[in-house]
Write a protein that binds this ligand. Structure first.
Ligand SMILES: Cc1ccnnc1
Length: 281
């Protein structure tokens, strides 16, 4: 092959699927990420993935060309393995990047949120749900870059819903997934993790049990001890995401049009620039 993995480089990521390793393309010297997926030899064996789920991931990635979504460049297949040649994303996880900061200005948080929302909004506009939008799947392409660039990775569980397609949920009961449900993929997860990581949790209880009860009941308040420096726009945005019924939550598109992300007046801009999310490390 015209790629080779610099064996000295540690694995980029190891998961249920196989592993991701940094590769070097001989011809151009370009660095890529190779995702090595073991294919199940026979239907009864448990090891490896079945070919159809790998084909689904490839189709999803081929449908998603966007600056905030990891790009697929090549696919190599052998009998027992499929190798995806992916854009190399070496800036680490967003949340590690944020954790290292003393203070996160809302204007900085918005830069991240906006890119996550652009990627998720684009994905949903293609009727694709990621189904695994957890913090480790939100990465930075290069953390040294002046303006960090967010990349959504790992579409191994993603699914494209053709309008009206029947979708078998875990229980196996067939159900039709209307488009608005796809758009309500738990967006609040990455945002809530951002908030949580900042040491701010509007669900915070005296004990972990109480906090958990609050999360389940979606019972929260903005404690002035922690949220005094948070702008009202940010609180309004959070309140519109942390809603119990997924259908009442803002979609990614609606989030992008919320004044916290897209301020309408100079006053709103000034207000959020004065605010920060204090990072309690
Ligand atoms: C983990 C990973 C995946 C894809 N590209 N770069 C890094």
């Amino acid at each position: 092959r015209n790629f080779f993995s610099s064996s000295s480089v540690p694995e980029l990521k190891n998961g249920h699927f196989g592993q991701v390793r940094e590769l070097l393309e001989r011809a151009s010297g370009t660095r890529w990420a190779g995702k090595f997926l073991k294919i199940r030899r026979s239907s009864c064996s448990r090891l490896g993935l079945d070919r159809s789920s790998v084909e689904r991931e490839v189709e999803v990635l081929q449908a998603l060309q966007h600056p905030n979504i990891m790009a697929l460049r090549h696919v190599f297949e052998s009998r027992a393995e499929v190798v995806l040649i992916l854009e190399l994303i070496s800036g680490g996880e967003l949340f590690d990047f944020i954790a290292d900061k003393e203070n996160l200005l809302e204007s900085e948080a918005i830069v991240f949120m906006e890119q996550i929302l652009e990627g998720v909004g684009f994905m949903h506009s293609k009727h694709i749900a990621h189904f695994d939008l957890k913090p480790e799947n939100i990465m930075l392409s290069d953390k040294e870059a002046p303006k960090p660039n967010i990349k959504l990775i790992d579409f191994g569980l993603a699914h494209r819903f053709l309008p009206g397609e029947e979708y078998r949920s875990m229980g196996g009961t067939p159900q039709y997934i209307p488009p608005e449900v796809i758009n309500h993929e738990p967006l609040s997860t990455p945002f809530y993790s951002l908030l949580r990581l900042s040491g701010l949790s509007p669900f915070q209880g005296e004990t972990n049990e109480e906090t958990l009860r609050n999360v389940v009941a979606m019972n929260y308040k903005f404690d002035e001890r922690y949220f005094s420096t948070t702008s009202n726009m940010a609180k309004d945005f959070i309140q519109k995401l942390l809603v119990k019924n997924p259908n009442d939550r803002l979609t990614a598109e609606e989030c992008l049009n919320h004044p916290w992300i897209k301020p309408l007046t100079r006053k709103q801009v000034a207000n959020r620039n004065r605010s920060s999310i204090n990072m309690k490390n």
